[in-house]
Each structure stands twice: as structure tokens, then as C-alpha cells.
Ligand binder design. Sequence first.
Ligand code: FAD
Length: 501
Amino acid sequence: GAPRRVPAVVVGSGYGSAVTALRLGEAGVETLVLEMGQLWNQPGPDGKVFSGMLNPDRRSTWFKDRTEAPLASFLWLDLANRDIPRYAGVLDRVHFGDMSVYLGRGVGGGSLVNGAMAVVPKRDYFEEILPNVDADAMYGTYFPRARAMLGVNEVDQAWFEECDSYQYARLSRRHAQRAGLGTAFVPSTYDFAYMQQEEAGTAPRSALGSEVIYGNNHGKRSLDKSYLAAAVGTGKVTIAPLHEVREVERRADGTFVLTVRRIDPEGAELEVFAVETPRLFLGAGSVGTTQLLVRARETGTLPGLGEAVGQGWGTNGNVMLGRANHLWDTTGSLQAGMPALGIDNWADPVHPVFAEIAPVPAGIETWASLYLAITRNPERGHFTYDAATDRAVLNWTAAQGQPSIDAAKALFDRVNDANGTIYRHDLFGDTRAFENRFTYHPLGGCVLGAATDDHGRVKGVPGLYVTDGSLIPGSTGVNPFVTITALAERNVEDVLARDFG
Ligand code: FAD
């Protein structure tokens, strides 16, 4: 079992946590990582660790009776989803009224399920959203450090131009160019050399085998293979999977007491026990960390927490949409599940958009071009405590999503006009063309410099730190994990230097 008293505890094992655990371990601090999801290293009966998107089984989803894929339908038919037994699967979709949030569950957090797009934000936008962070240090030291540690690599452009797997991206690029729009290659933590072998037929297919949001059996440099492997390698870090932190309390002597629930993969409770620590690092993600803290504040277990905790949450302006292509404009039935190209119109003064050209990994020609647009939506949600369910909940209304739609529509109306194409209305369960009832990029809730000091120390609660996406005020303008990783590198350096004498 997990130790019951430790010098440092890290909650969660996503990007912020993985960085923190490694640097604590390197500094010789005995550290326990508590992760509610599974360690994904055991093959199932089919010889694979993860199930694919075309035939998802219980491994796909965190304790639901049916899968909840983002593309709910095709020609209005519910082809993507399956009934499944409840299980500690790798992808969760957490519902809060008008907004639901996709989250990775397992050792590695979001890195297990994400599209691996590893993008450094535009510097002027970064300076705008986090004005108190020294941008020279970020761009000179911490972004490069994060990229190196994450194993970021670039697609071979000659291969990109002639491969089958990115025909869909080249088609979208052509359509964007006709509208006068520019595209940019997107770096990745998926191993592009491995992907080339997949296309050549010399290695088992993963990105080319419709594996994305339910995990990749090959090719993906997820955190369990990078930061977390290095953390465990220090000999100081222990990772406890299937251990959920339910409650955080601070005693008068400054010790944190965590209530931890250990389950088996079917969900049976094995034990509930207390872990004590003087140093607590929260990396449970924007939703997880904010929920823990709002509940602790409202139930009185963490005296001193201020009103900024629970504020400043955003969707990174996420909105998904599909375009219907002409019959002669095929996207190809073989599609790399990891995007490698985006339409970059962030310089637009009215409607900045960075739109990733997303795959439709259906294994058949769909004549659909899919996009996940990142827009600059100024709306922010906040968390409140619901005493009836004893749970902190996100407050976000459908109307708050409208600016994301307006921006995406401004861009893709141009693309459609230039190409004589229209939107797809059959992809999201009803007839809507723009889907923004979910986000892949939850950010904020414990914003840097507001709920915490400028290095993630929670205001009013000495010894408590936030390390994850909840520090970022609702938006990064690009896919967020490189920003989360680099900020965590920066913050933990300061904390180790000044708080661990
Ligand atoms: P997370 O990675 O969310 O990790 C939090 C961890 O804490 C999880 O493992 C969770 O199980 C655990 N946890 C939560 N609560 C508790 C608790 N109470 N006790 C114990 N453990 C707990 N970003 C990009 O940059 N590029 C992409 O291509 C991209 N694609 C995406 C695709 C999908 C389908 C999804 C869902 C996300 C994608 N993202 C992408 C977003 C990216 O994965 C997240 O921004 C990132 O993972 C957030 O990192 P984090 O450290 O804040 O927390």
C-alpha cells in the first residue's frame, strides 16, 4: 500500500504533476503521486493496452454505461458509441449543465488521450494573458526545456507532402489557401518516424489505426514514458494508481491530511485512508484541482482560501465543426489520428482563430473536413459548491460559448465561400454545425497571480501549491499542454529554491 506520511504529495499525474514529481525527486524529496486512474501498461485479452475508436470497449471510458465520443453521429446515425460495462477506462467526460469537459484518467493524465499537438503559444498573447511571468525566461529556458523533456518532434515535410495519411490535411490546406488563409505545421509528441513505419506497413498501426482519444498502443510519447518514467527513476517518487483524493484538510500545525480512496478497476472500494504531508502539490487538472479547493473552502477544511479560487475558468475558445467536401475532393480513408497542420489566423484583429485540421478516423471516406478551432473567447466560468451533492460545480452557459462560434464561423464562412462548400450538419447528434458543448482544453479556476502567487503558491495556505492547467486564465490561443508543462517547470524551480531550504 501507499505510505501514510510523506514529505511531499502530488495529486494527479498529468503535465503539471509529472514535472513537479520529477523535479522533487531529483532534489531528493520523497514524493507520493496519487492518481485516481489506472497505470496503463497491461495488455487486455486482445493483446492491447487500449481499445480503438472504431470498436471501443470498457477500457475506453471512465465509469459510464455507454461511450460518449465527440463526433456523436455520422449522417445522424449514432455509429461511434457503444454500450460498455462500467470500468476505470481512460477517457472521462464530466458534465456540468451546458458544458462538458473531456479528461484523461490514468498515470499520465491528458497525455494518454490527447492529440499530441505540442504548440508553444504566440509570445505576445502569452505576455497578455500572464503579464507577471517573465517571458524572456519562458521562451529562453522553460518552453525549450518542456519541449525537450516531452520529446516533441516535427513531421518530415517531404513525407507529409506525399503520404496517404495526411491527404485530409493537404486538402484542408488547399481549401484554406483558396480563401487566402495560411497554415502552419504543428509539432507533436507522437513519434513521426514511427508513423512513417505505420504507413509503410512495417510497424503495427496506432495513429493510423484509428487510435486517438481512447489511448494509443504505439507511437505516443505520453508522460508515463517521459517525465513520469524519469521521476520514478530518481528512486524518490512513488506513483499510486487508482488512488483518488477525496478531501484535503489542513491541521493547525500546518500538516495536510488527505482522505484517499483506493478502488479496483471495476470500481469496488478497497480502502479509505489518510495520508499526511507538510507539502501538497495539486495537479489534478483545471477541473479536478479547482473542485478540490472550492469544496475545501466551502466546507471549511482549508481555512484561508480566498475568493479567487474557483474563478477565471475558460474553454480555450474550443469549437468543433465539419465541412462537406465535393465528391471529387477526397480526404482519404487512411487518416493519421494525430494532427500535423493548423490554419493560423490568430492575427485577425476581430476574430483570432487557430484551427487544428483534425482527422475523421473512420477508416472510410467521409467527404468531411473536421476542425477543432481555438478562439479568443473572453467569457469565463466559475465554480460554486453544491451542498446537495457535496460537489463543486462549474457554472457556464450556452450563451457564453457564442463568441467561439462567431469567430469560427467568420473563418470557415470564408473557406466555404472560396470553395463552394457548406458545413456538415450531421456530426454532433442534432443538426448544429458548430459543437461547443464540450471542451478538450479546460483552463483556469486557480489563476496564477490571483488564487496563487506568481509561482503557484496558494494564497492564504502555506505549503499548498497548484501546478496544472488551472493556473492559466482560461485561454492560451493554442493547444495548452506545452504551456502547462513549461509553467510547471518554472514554478517548481522557484519553489524548490525558496521553500525547500
Ligand atoms: P491533466 O492532464 O488533466 O491531469 C490531471 C490528472 O489528475 C488526471 O490523470 C486525473 O485522473 C487526476 N485526478 C483528477 N482528480 C484527482 C483526484 N481527486 N485524485 C487523484 N487524481 C486525480 N492539449 C494539447 O496541448 N494538444 C493536444 O493535441 C490536445 N488534445 C487533446 C485531446 C483530448 C481528447 C483531450 C481530452 C485533451 C487534449 N488536450 C490537448 C488537452 C491536454 O491534454 C490538457 O490540457 C492537459 O492534459 C492538462 O494537463 P494538467 O496537468 O492540467 O492535468
